[in-house]
Structures are given as C-alpha cells and as structure tokens.
Write a protein that binds this ligand. Structure first.
Ligand SMILES: [Zn+2]
Length: 103
C-alpha cells in the first residue's frame, strides 16, 4: 500500500479543506483547497463516496441512480460499504503511524 497525505503545492501545508459539489446527472466532485494559503490544490471526480456517520439516507442520495432495489439489498450494500470504508480508513491511519506522519 502506498500512502500520501494531500499537500499544498504552493505552501507545502497539509491543512486541506474539501469542497463537495453535486450537480444533477454528474458524478460528485471534490475540490481540495489549502486552508493556509487558500490555493486550489486538487480535484477529485468521485465514482463512489461514503461519508462516515451520515447514515444510509445520505448514502442513497449520493448513489441516486434511480435503480429499483429492495430496501433489504440497499441496507446490505450500505453496511458492506460502511464496513469497507472504516476498515480502509483504519488501515490508512495505521500506515500513517508506521510512517510517522500521523500529525
Ligand atoms: Zn497552501
């Protein structure tokens, strides 16, 4: 696994702010801005998005494709995504600690 913290190309800061942009019919976008010098740092176009602690309603809104699925299937999907997200996050933090970048 390769792990990077997002860093500002302008002032080398690691303090980032994510601006989440949703437009109907388009994949969600995340514009990353440096908190310290306010420079535009990066843009992510999301094929998938999970926001921890926001619950299934937020998840479904982000994945509103209009597909007909049973509530049971969607709940199972959500739980699987939640589990994978938390696991991936914990792995990333563990890696950060190993690389002594957990600041
Ligand atoms: Zn900066």
């Amino acid at each position: 696994m390769e792990l990077h913290r997002q860093q500002c190309q302008n002032c080398r800061s690691y303090n980032m702010r994510n601006l989440l942009v949703r437009n109907p019919g388009e994949p969600q976008k995340v514009y990353v801005r440096c908190v310290d010098c306010r420079e535009f740092v990066a843009l992510y176009t999301l094929s998938d998005y999970y926001h921890h602690g926001k619950g299934i309603e937020s998840y479904l809104k982000s994945h509103g494709s209009g597909e007909v699925e049973s509530g049971r299937d969607m709940l199972a999907d959500f739980k699987a995504v939640q589990e994978t997200a938390v696991e991936g996050f914990e792995n990333a933090i563990e890696q950060l600690k190993k690389e002594e970048k957990d600041a």
